[in-house]
Design a protein around this ligand. Structure first.
Ligand code: FEO
Ligand code: CA
Ligand code: CA
Ligand code: CA
Length: 606
């Protein structure tokens, strides 16, 4: 570690100023390149992309749309790696020339959209001399793989698998699901698999008005409309596949909203949906091995006033890369204990919703993990384990979990065990009939969000009590309601709507944003989290017009930063013919993954 302290590596790059440029901007002394973009080949033999002649069969072999999570896993020493990417959703208006409305899409276009969802696994090779990487898609590439909403089969595991909630006409055993929906963030596990969160799955379903009356409150708690057949914003997939019609198949929605695990090193393996980690609008999941050997997954439910969760495995992590260890570790997320967070306040009487710092000088407090399910046993009155795991939001409501400002990515630092939570925003906080500000969510009508740090008691990630604080309350630093861990606010970059978090090899915290409410483009930021530089937040890059910055992923050698540029040009009225962004190729907009490196080959950030 070049600068000694963990989480305290000096970040010496010159920050990128806020801007509205239609390009990706990196600091002086850095370069960047597009690694892969929508339509590029993934599976060898994929047809060349032609926006005017696209088919579902082609899309199912090409890189999907709206890349979000990015993971880079070692393959063969320092020269080869596997890139694993989520494809969260589709912008049909930016994908199909002549688009007029979702209703006017052909069934083949709906199937293209389904094939553009899911995940991609792509072999990468290092470009000589620097931190640049490029995809390898020619020749025999056994790892290259597409997972889609259209055709990929998933196995359900854990206590709710096979339960009555998950059985359908097509799958009477309730154990096999076709497709994954709205895969947002995720994480790389210590045993070399990838976890992916199924987030806003509600938007794919219609016919909630025709679902059984007893199901309606549960559907509604998950954002599925139960009063009209065609809720606004629905994707109309029921025209291509009737399982998206809840009037016909009311349990199909229960088969989405899980954490998915995929083994990129075993291309023949069937990916799994782990019911033991609960069902909600999963942003993602990130794992750390606890002192006692159990693995702990931290997770957020990205909805206004929803909750923060963790899962602790029953079994212990087995070190090493032997077949026996790998096979064992692949079962770790199938049984364990699911908890939801309750945060206590130290300065509750002083919180007025303005974001003013309490007299003790900190937004902080203590908290407890409330047990919901352990193995097959429910700890929630009136709910079975399968009930709690399938309708986890209702369980959180019953036990009095703390209603947060949209928990997005939640990630433990593997160097310190401290956990960082991106709370992106909550413009409903404090409105009539809605919960008011509390110390962890200290601003009403919260446009800019905050970052929460959680420190488990005795450094035990498997424990049930913790301390928390807010190192960053986001916004323009000239806004008195912002906070940057007490650092000189004249020296920090403005930030709004933190979404994804990651760590570099020295333990610095990297934060990407979605929906910058300050009016400039989204981007990627970095700050030390320990020592005198804690809170010295600097903007590392900005993404093009209309895009959010996803990923991010910093390679273990600290030489490459990967970022997913999601939904460039996503502005109302934009189209293939009249793009709002020309990124990355100068014509119409395409989502793509970018790698950034230092021109002199040195470590990123320093
Ligand atoms: Fe898909 Fe919560 O961001
Ligand atoms: Ca306090
Ligand atoms: Ca996100
Ligand atoms: Ca977001």
């Amino acid at each position: 570690r070049p600068d000694g302290g963990v989480g305290n590596g000096a970040l010496t790059f010159k920050p990128v100023p806020p801007n509205t440029l239609d390009s990706l901007v990196v600091p002086n002394g850095y370069d960047h390149a597009v690694v892969i973009r929508w339509g590029d080949p993934v599976v060898p033999g994929a047809p060349e992309f032609d926006v005017r002649a696209q088919t579902a069969a082609a899309q199912a072999r090409q890189f999907g749309y709206n890349n979000d999570f990015v993971g880079v896993l070692p393959l063969d020493g320092r020269r080869r790696a596997l890139l694993v990417v989520n494809h969260e959703y589709t912008n049909e208006d930016l994908m199909f020339p002549g688009f007029t409305s979702q209703d006017a899409l052909t069934v083949e276009q709906l199937r293209i959209a389904m094939a553009a969802h899911g995940m991609s696994v792509v072999e990468l090779e290092r470009v000589d001399g620097a931190g640049q990487w490029r995809p390898v898609t020619k020749g025999r590439r056994p790892y290259n793989r597409r997972v889609t909403a259209l055709a990929t089969k998933f196995e359900l595991t854990g206590p709710a698998a096979g339960s009555a909630h998950l059985r359908t006409a097509a799958d009477p055993k309730g154990r096999t699901v076709v497709g994954t929906l709205n895969n947002c963030a995720g994480g790389v596990t210590p045993w070399g698999t990838v976890l992916s969160g199924e987030e806003n799955f509600n938007q794919y379903f219609v016919g909630g008005d025709g679902a059984p009356e007893a199901d309606k409150p549960k559907l509604a708690r998950y954002g599925i409309t139960t009063t009209t057949r065609h809720p606004s914003g629905s994707r109309k997939w029921e025209r291509a596949d009737e399982r998206f019609d809840l009037a016909k198949h009311p349990n199909e929605a229960n088969r989405h909203g899980w954490i998915v695990e995929i083994d990129p090193y075993d291309p023949e393996s069937r990916p799994r949906k782990h019911t033991a980690l609960g069902r909600f609008k999963h942003e993602g999941a990130n794992v750390i091995v606890a002192k006692g050997g159990q693995v702990v997954a931290y997770m957020g439910d990205d909805e206004r006033f929803d909750y923060l969760y963790k899962f602790v495995s029953d079994k212990k992590f087995m070190k090493g890369n032997s077949r026996v260890a790998r096979r064992h570790n692949l079962t770790l997320l199938e049984s364990g204990t699911l908890y939801v967070a309750r945060l206590d306040e130290t300065s509750a009487g002083e919180i007025d919703g303005s974001g003013r710092l309490p007299s003790d000088g900190a937004f902080n407090g203590r908290g407890r993990w409330i047990r919901l399910v352990g193995g097959n046993r429910s700890y929630v009155d009136g709910m079975t384990a399968a009930d709690v795991l399938t309708f986890t939001r209702l369980a959180g409501d019953r036990v009095g979990a703390t209603k947060m400002d949209r928990p997005e990515d939640v990630e433990p630092s593997l160097l310190t065990g401290k956990v960082y939570v991106a709370l992106t925003n909550n413009t409903d906080r404090g409105r009539a009939g809605k919960p008011a500000a509390d110390e962890a969510n200290p601003r009403n009508l919260n446009k800019h969000g905050q970052v929460l740090e959680l420190v488990e008691d005795r450094g035990d990630n498997a424990g049930e009590a913790f301390a928390w604080s807010l190192p960053i309350v986001a916004g323009d630093p000239t806004d008195p309601s912002t906070f940057f861990a007490g650092y000189d606010k004249t020296k920090v970059s403005p930030i709004s709507c933190p979404d994804n978090v990651a760590f570099d090899a020295t333990g610095n915290l990297w934060i990407s944003t979605d929906g910058n409410a300050l009016g400039s483009n989204d981007g990627l930021f970095a700050t030390a989290v320990e020592g005198p530089e804690r809170g010295h937040l600097k903007q590392f890059l900005t993404v093009p017009v209309g895009a959010e910055a996803c990923g991010p992923f910093i390679t273990g050698d600290n030489r490459s930063v990967f970022v997913a540029v999601q939904h460039p040009g996503e502005l109302s009225g934009a189209s293939v013919e009249r793009p709002a962004s020309n990124w990355p190729d100068g014509d119409y907009a395409k989502p793509g993954v970018v790698v950034t490196w230092r021109l002199d080959g040195g470590p990123i950030g320093s």
